[in-house]
Ligand binder design. Structure first.
Ligand code: ADP
Ligand code: SF4
Length: 688
């Protein structure tokens, strides 16, 4: 059972008039579902309750219609109509004794109001500050507006209570909530009693908390989420000023919820931020107030968690991503099952659901956001179907997850891998600069497979169709991955780039240790992380690197994983020259001919080698060979052959773990024909 070193994590803690059963605190996090998919979001929170979290929060909830952060899909509490969906969520959160929290957000200078068409209201007038430079400005709140806003917060608090919540978090972090906008001199340039001194800039927070205490404080806990440092220099709300604010308002909320900087700073990927990265910024704040403190830091290690409590740094262990990757993290610590923790790899694929307004995914936990839509539970599989044996070919993320999940269903699984390691692409990518944590995708599954008596793993087993027909497995999953193309075919070029003698290296070459030297052009027409990572690798190895991309940004899809700025900064620091908005028209023996994506204007960059980061081709030869032998399947005892993961269609690692999991769930299930493979909610029609 539980290691006594971790007992401290399970001590009950008071938050205002309520008591949390332990110190595991799921801080607010988005999920791409929000008001559009309320049952999916509610079921996801319910799974966290089952997994043992003491406190569970919603994502940000827009508390009044004069401020919404379109196009992002969060929750809404604008009127009584919104209460039932939120009640469904709080009910799910409370099923196992957790406290249910709602985060109330008034977006102010962050809310463009595209949906409501209301004029945005902010602390000081100015352009809306979101990810997208919307051509909209906010007007400044006047005194009447401030009185109204206080009343709207009270209305939202009363509705939160009716919706069944125990805790209210007032959002003032990440640059997103109005409390931060009042506190920071960058967004508060008022000349009245709400601006100027810190005392004045704190006034609104004090007034709202006092109003809320009057309205609901006897039964609800009120927390305040502030950023540890706005990280924008002198004008911003600095760590020193945060400390002054907390000391000056020691007893203001029932708990201080400490986040960091902008969202990019707080949820930095593992490539740029270690576990407990905010420790120095948090340390000492707890002594400034009599109220408990929660902080985050992508905590997955119970030793680090216990240290944060023992050292007096935190009272609660705040987790968003670790709770997504493993909703059962507290229960696993409680049960002494540390090796079973599915550790977050810090890839921020979960964030991309919010950024793209689609329902979120998690690389490590393929059941995330499918708890209601598909009825998938992160720890329990459906019962085994009528067949017994499965051969999984390829031990990359897709094959490993398929084998793990199939073994839990009770199938006899053989996992055949051509190479000598588990992990496929992850075994190679984990060795690239900054990506070591990605190895957890393989490590978690390797350990799980080692614990299962019904899985046999075979290395050095590059199988052919003939081999497979000779084995007699009833089901075959082909998870043989994909290979990077050398010919440049991707988005800009749909046919190979002409090459009259330039040596070309692919990401697979570099990952196999075949590195270019001298002057190197990295051409990135993939736009996710690989181009930037390989430019960094080549620079580390002493090459003179120029990164050329047709995009306006380096690694532009990483805007969705909150790391694009950090990647650009790192490449500049590594001495990489960056050429944006340029495609490569041809490779010559002495360099590359580039062309401007807008004007077609040509220029030359001399180089000794090109690293081509284009697209990937599925390794589906084995699958096609087997299909060609379909007439022989019955004699061989084969009932099904499926291709999954990158071998089906290349994508990020999360797509592969999802494909592996889905294969395992659906094996032997009845054919659903043309029916939708998940549940969804459709807006109810109003009665006109
Ligand atoms: P995915 O992301 O879809 O899981 P990966 O490329 O990460 O794909 O992994 C594919 C794995 O399949 C690699 O480890 C590779 O060595 C293995 N593999 C490829 N072809 C065969 C084959 N014919 N027999 C066995 N293993 C194979
Ligand atoms: Fe962690 Fe990546 Fe899962 Fe997000 S998607 S919780 S960062 S493993």
């Amino acid at each position: 059972m539980r290691d006594p070193r971790y007992d401290i994590l399970f001590e009950p803690q008071a938050i205002g008039p309520l008591v949390a059963k332990n110190r595991f605190y799921q801080v607010p996090h988005c999920n791409g579902a929000g008001y559009r998919d309320p049952s999916a979001a509610a079921a996801m929170r319910g799974i966290k309750a089952e997994g043992g979290w003491g406190v569970i929060f919603t994502e940000q909830t827009e508390m009044h219609h004069t401020s919404e952060i379109t196009p992002f899909i969060e929750l809404r509490l604008w009127e009584d109509q919104d209460i039932p969906a939120l009640r469904k969520m709080s009910d799910a959160m409370k099923t196992h004794g957790a406290l249910a929290g709602i985060q109330l957000a008034y977006s102010g200078i962050n809310g463009p109001n595209f949906y409501t068409k209301e004029v945005p209201l902010a602390v000081s007038a100015g352009p809306i500050r979101t990810f997208t430079n919307d051509p909209v400005q906010a007007r400044a709140l006047d005194k009447t507006d401030i009185r109204n806003l206080r009343r709207w917060f009270v209305n939202a608090a009363k509705r939160s209570k009716l919706a069944g919540f125990d805790l209210i978090c007032l959002y003032g972090a990440h640059g997103f909530g109005i409390f931060q906008h009042f506190l920071s001199r960058a967004t508060n340039q008022r000349g009245d009693e709400y601006g100027g001194s810190l005392e004045n800039r704190s006034r609104f927070a004090r007034e709202v908390v006092a109003d809320m205490r009057d309205a609901v404080g006897d039964t609800m806990g009120i927390t305040m989420r502030v950023s540890l440092d706005e990280t924008i220099g002198e004008m911003g709300f600095s760590n020193a000023e945060v400390r002054d604010f907390i000391e000056m308002n020691r007893d203001l909320p029932d708990l201080w919820d400490l986040a960091h900087g902008a969202w990019e700073d707080c949820s930095g990927p593992s490539r740029f931020k270690e576990e407990a990265a905010q420790e120095q910024l948090v340390r000492g704040i707890r002594e400034l107030s009599d109220k408990p403190v929660v902080g985050v830091g992508r905590f997955t290690s119970p030793d680090v968690m216990a240290r944060m409590i023992r050292s007096g740094t935190l009272d609660f262990i705040g987790c968003a991503r670790p709770s997504i990757a493993d909703p059962f993290l507290p229960q696993k610590i409680e049960q002494g099952r540390i090796e079973d923790i599915r550790e977050c790899i810090g890839c921020n694929i979960c964030v991309t659901g919010d950024m793209t307004q689609s329902i979120s995914r998690c690389t490590q936990n393929p059941t995330f956001m499918e708890e209601w839509r598909k009825g998938w539970h992160p720890e329990k599989m459906n019962a085994k179907g009528e067949s017994q044996s499965v051969l999984v070919v390829g031990a990359g993320p897709a094959g490993l997850e398929a084998a793990r999940a199939l073994s839990l269903r009770g199938y006899d699984v053989a996992l055949a891998e051509a190479g000598t390691a588990l992990g496929g692409r992850v075994a190679k990518e984990r060795l690239l600069p900054g990506l070591s944590a990605w190895g957890r995708v393989a490590d978690y599954r390797a350990y799980q497979l080692s614990q299962r008596p019904n899985v046999q793993t075979y290395f050095n087993s590059a199988l052919s169709a003939e081999d497979i027909l000779g084995f007699g497995f009833q089901n075959v999953a082909i998870a043989t991955g994909a290979t990077w193309r050398a010919d440049g075919v991707a988005r800009m070029h749909v046919t190979p780039i002409p090459n009259s003698g330039m040596p070309v290296f692919t990401p697979d070459d570099l990952m196999a240790g075949r590195l270019p030297s001298g002057k190197v052009v990295v051409f990135d027409d993939d736009h996710y992380y690989m181009g930037g990572v390989l430019a960094e690798l080549c620079a580390q190895k002493g090459c003179d690197v120029t990164l050329v991309t047709p995009s306006a940004y380096v690694s532009d899809w990483t805007l969705n994983t909150l790391e694009q700025g950090a990647i650009h900064r790192r490449l500049v620091a590594a001495g990489v020259k960056i050429v944006l908005n340029q495609g490569i028209a041809a490779l010559t023996s002495s360099g590359v001919s580039t062309s401007c994506v807008y004007t077609g204007a040509a220029s030359e960059i001399g180089c000794d080698a090109v690293v081509m980061v284009a697209s990937r081709i599925s390794n589906d030869g084995l699958f096609l060979d087997l299909q060609a032998r379909a007439a022989d399947w019955a004699d061989a005892g084969i009932r099904s052959v499926k291709v999954i993961g990158d071998a089906c269609a290349p994508g990020p690692i999360a797509w592969a773990t999802y494909a592996g999991h889905r294969y395992a769930r659906e094996l032997d299930m009845p054919d659903i024909g043309d029916a939708l493979p998940f549940r969804r909610e459709v807006t109810a029609l109003a009665v006109d």
